[in-house]
Each structure stands twice: as structure tokens, then as C-alpha cells.
Design a protein around this ligand. Structure first.
Ligand code: PLP
Length: 472
């Protein structure tokens, strides 16, 4: 294991951890804040990172369990990526994409297109995942306007989905907490059930559950009318919904219904692309589907630079080129579309991914899944699930009823706090802990991760018992 630089942030100087915490409390608005602490909240300070590890404000080394936010796929402190960013910034730091272009974006587009399934051939680069999904949705609207069917705009999405924080992308989100206090364009979105096999009715087999989901989809199309539905948007694996791996063949069947009804299938691979499931893209290689549009972000630069994009099918572009409205404009673009530094680092990142990291991810994924599943013997754990290097430990108050709500606690946060003290950063999601480590994680590091998680959950069980809120 490589040594981690000592980061001394406790000297009381200008950049000390304590000072940063104070400054944050006075001036930072953190993402997903509560009204009661908005603009006055400090979070765990992270001072540095190397490989699969990060260092907190007290200099404690932690395994980066969520790889930042499902993104630091090739690990922290990769000198080759830092150098490419430096070199590109020195060569060309920025150019306007409105009426100029740069070489890294063209080369990257060609390399990404080579991995994309079917006739997905063109890339529109964005600044991240939300803007990628937003771009895809606005593209669908434009496409149907140009094709003379402006009423074909409704979106199908599912419970448990997370697609972003811009207005339209957020309107697709299916987790209740994301919507409780926020306005969304509800009139544009029709919600279907989450494809969560763990939460299927007790007397239903997984196969019957899959049939139920497909029937529900088909009936929604029939009820609403295909002529009103522009697109279905779905993550191959619902990530922030708690690593929901759909039933076998379900996505393939949904794809067929979309094709039969001229509904665009948008596969949101913001999390699953660039190696997390052992492939550059998971839609076809893992789930057997060729979407009309794929959205990506995160792993494309391993989080070293904010970049995302959508890959569009050649057929859709041809439809537009051949339409009766050659002067209709897709009036959509971002100042940082095709950013040269982002595209350059993405190319270097892809070199790393191709140069062994994909193979490594494929090789260790079964071990990661097997070790994580050993936690199922803990009575607080209802299910451990996952695929590739994505995993989730779902806690329940009672294994029979699978009831999580009775706990009335953010159990994930408690587990995270114990794990933090023990050397592991966890992604807590209400009563779940999500793990998606850097793809370079080794078998022995997986052992360390699971051992800490076991201890963190055990300590949480002790706390809950002591407080008399759980009797497992
Ligand atoms: C599947 C999916 N789509 C879109 C997004 C939004 O991406 P971003 O936060 O980069 O805007 C996320 C973020 O986690 C995501 O998981």
C-alpha cells in the first residue's frame, strides 16, 4: 500500500481545519442542507487523498468507500491526470464552444463513441450529470418539436430514481425526500414503480415482479398514449436509490416497449459508466440494451474535472438533418461545453481505464460482492446487494416485515460515524450504506473495508439496543 502524505491541518494557521470549519459555517451553503442549518453547517473536512484513501481534517486516513461520489474511479492523486490538466491549461485553458472548437473534445468524442452501443455516435459534452440529463431531455423536446409532434413530451421515470438537481432532471427524481419541499415539473413526468426486488410484495417471485413492472409500463403507455410520451429515463442500476439492481431481463423488455412505441430510451449511466460495472458502458454489455441516448459524467474524468455528456444516436440526428425545419435551432449549450481541460483529462483517464483498471475491476468485483454479503448475518442487516463495484447494505428494524421506518433514525449516519472513527468513509442513505470504492481497490483492502463496516454496524446495533429503540 502506498504511503499517504501527512497533511497537517491542525496548526491553527490560516488554512487549519478549525479555521476552514468556521469559514464554512459562515459562508458556505452545502448541498442538500436542512432549512434549520442552511448556511451555518460544517461537514467532515477532507484534506487529501491518495489511491483509495482520503485524509480527514484531523489527519486520519480513511478508505474512500463511495469513491467521492461514485466518481474517483482510478483513485486519488494520479500524477498523470494532474499533469495532463496542467499541460492542457498551459496550451489552451478555454475556448468558446459557441463558434470555435478544440482538439481534445473531438478526440474524446471519437473515443467515447467507439465504446457506445448501437448507432450512438455523437457526444454533447456538459459540466456533469444533471446537465447531461437536462441536455438529453431538452434534446427530446427539440427533436419532437422539429418532427412536428409537440405533444410528445411526457417523461416516464421510476420511484427510487435520481437523475440530478436541475429543474427538469430533478423532476424525474423518485426518492420522496428529494421532492418533499421542492417544486418540480410534475405535469411532465409519469412515475412508475421502483424495480426494487427486495421491496417486492412478500408473495411474489422475482420473475412475477419483473412481469408486474413490465405490465405496469405497458399499461401506462396505453393509458397515456404513446403519442404523448417522449422518453423513458432510467438508470441501469438505481444508484442513489440504494443500488437497486433490476430483475433479469426487465430492462430489455422495457427497451422493446419503447422501441415499439417510438419512445426514446435514455439510459442514465452517470454512475455505471467508465468501469463501475467492469465495462465502459453497462447498457449493452451488462443489460443487453441499446438505448437512444446515454448520459454519463463522474467516472469520465474520475472526478478530477467536472465533465459529463450525452451520447446521441445517429438515427435521431439524421431525422433532424432530414426534417422540414433545417433552420430550427437546438438552442442549448453551456459555457463549459467541450471544455478542453476536462476533455484532456478524460482522455488520460480513459487511458488508465483501458490500461488495466477495467480488467482489475472485473477481477475484484466478485470478491467485493462476496465479502460484502458476509454482513448479512448481522441482525440489523436486511439485505446486502450490488453488482460490479457497487454495493448497498440495507438495514431493517425487522427482517420479516423489512420495516425500516420503525427505527425512526438515520441509521446510515450512525454507522458512518462509527466507521469514520475506524477508518472508513461510508455513504449513508437514511437506513442504507452505499459502497462504491475506487476501482483500484485490492482484495486485502476490500477485507479491511468489510471488517470496518462490520464493526461499525455492530457498534450501531449496541447503541440502538442501549437506547431501547431496537431489540434485534
Ligand atoms: C444516475 C445519476 N444521474 C445524474 C446525476 C447528477 O449528476 P451531477 O451531480 O453530476 O449533476 C447523478 C448524481 O449522483 C446520478 O447518480
Amino acid at each position: 500500500m502506498a504511503a499517504v502524505r501527512d497533511i497537517d491541518m491542525s496548526d491553527g494557521g490560516e488554512n487549519s481545519a478549525a479555521e476552514a470549519v468556521e469559514l464554512a459555517k459562515r459562508h458556505l451553503v452545502q448541498p442538500w442542507p436542512y432549512a434549520g442549518s442552511i448556511g451555518s453547517e460544517a461537514r467532515s473536512l477532507i484534506g487529501g487523498g491518495e489511491g483509495i484513501y482520503i485524509t480527514d481534517g484531523e489527519g486520519r486516513r480513511l478508505i474512500d468507500g463511495p469513491a467521492g461520489m461514485w466518481c474517483v474511479n482510478v483513485g486519488h492523486r494520479r500524477e498523470e491526470l494532474a499533469r495532463v490538466m496542467y499541460d492542457q491549461a498551459m496550451a489552451l485553458s478555454y475556448n468558446t464552444p459557441w463558434y470555435t472548437m478544440n482538439e481534445p473534445s473531438a478526440v474524446l468524442a471519437e473515443r467515447i463513441a467507439a465504446y457506445a452501443p448501437g448507432d450512438l455516435s455523437h457526444i454533447f459534452f456538459t459540466t456533469g450529470g444533471s446537465s447531461a440529463v437536462e441536455s438529453a431531455l431538452r434534446f427530446m423536446q427539440f427533436y419532437n418539436n422539429v418532427r412536428g409532434r409537440p405533444e410528445k413530451k411526457l417523461l416516464l421515470s421510476r420511484g427510487g430514481a435520481y437523475h440530478g438537481s436541475t429543474y427538469l432532471s430533478a423532476s424525474l427524481n423518485g426518492r420522496p425526500r428529494d421532492r418533499d419541499w421542492m417544486d418540480v415539473a410534475d405535469g411532465l413526468v409519469v412515475k412508475l414503480s421502483s424495480p426494487d426486488p427486495f421491496r417486492r410484495p412478500a408473495d411474489m417471485t422475482v420473475e412475477a415482479f419483473s412481469d408486474f413492472l413490465v405490465d405496469e409500463f405497458r399499461e401506462a403507455v396505453k393509458r397515456i398514449g404513446a403519442e404523448k410520451i417522449g422518453a423513458f429515463v432510467g438508470e441501469p442500476v438505481q444508484a442513489s436509490g440504494g443500488v437497486i439492481v433490476p430483475p433479469p431481463n426487465y430492462l430489455r423488455r422495457i427497451r422493446e416497449i419503447c422501441r415499439d412505441n417510438d419512445i426514446l430510451y435514455v439510459s442514465d449511466e452517470v454512475v455505471t459508466a467508465f468501469g463501475r460495472l467492469g465495462e465502459v458502458f453497462a447498457s449493452k454489455e451488462v443489460f443487453g440494451i441499446e438505448p437512444d441516448i446515454i448520459t454519463f459524467a463522474k467516472g469520465v474524468t474520475s472526478g478530477y474535472f467536472p465533465l459529463g455528456g450525452m451520447i446521441v444516436s445517429e438515427r435521431l440526428l439524421q431525422d433532424l438533418r432530414k426534417s422540414n425545419h433545417p433552420d430550427a435551432m437546438y438552442a442549448h449549450g453551456l459555457t463549459y461545453t467541450s471544455h478542453p481541460v476536462g476533455c484532456a483529462v478524460a482522455l488520460a483517464n480513459l487511458d488508465l481505464v483501458e490500461g488495466g483498471i477495467l480488467d482489475h475491476a472485473r477481477a475484484v468485483a466478485p470478491y467485493f460482492q462476496e465479502r460484502l454479503r458476509t454482513l448479512e448475518d448481522l441482525p440489523l442487516v436486511g439485505e446486502v446487494r450490488g453488482i460490479g463495484l457497487m454495493g448497498c447494505v440495507e438495514c431493517v428494524a425487522d427482517r420479516e416485515s423489512k420495516d425500516a421506518l420503525k427505527l425512526d433514525y438515520e441509521v446510515g449516519k450512525r454507522i458512518d460515524a462509527h466507521c469514520h472513527a475506524l477508518g472508513l468513509l461510508v455513504r449513508p442513505l437514511i437506513h442504507m450504506c452505499v459502497m462504491s470504492p475506487p476501482l483500484i481497490i485490492t482484495r486485502s483492502q476490500i477485507d479491511d473495508m468489510v471488517a470496518i463496516l462490520r464493526e461499525g454496524i455492530s457498534r450501531t446495533m449496541d447503541d440502538l439496543r442501549k437506547e431501547g429503540v431496537w431489540r434485534g
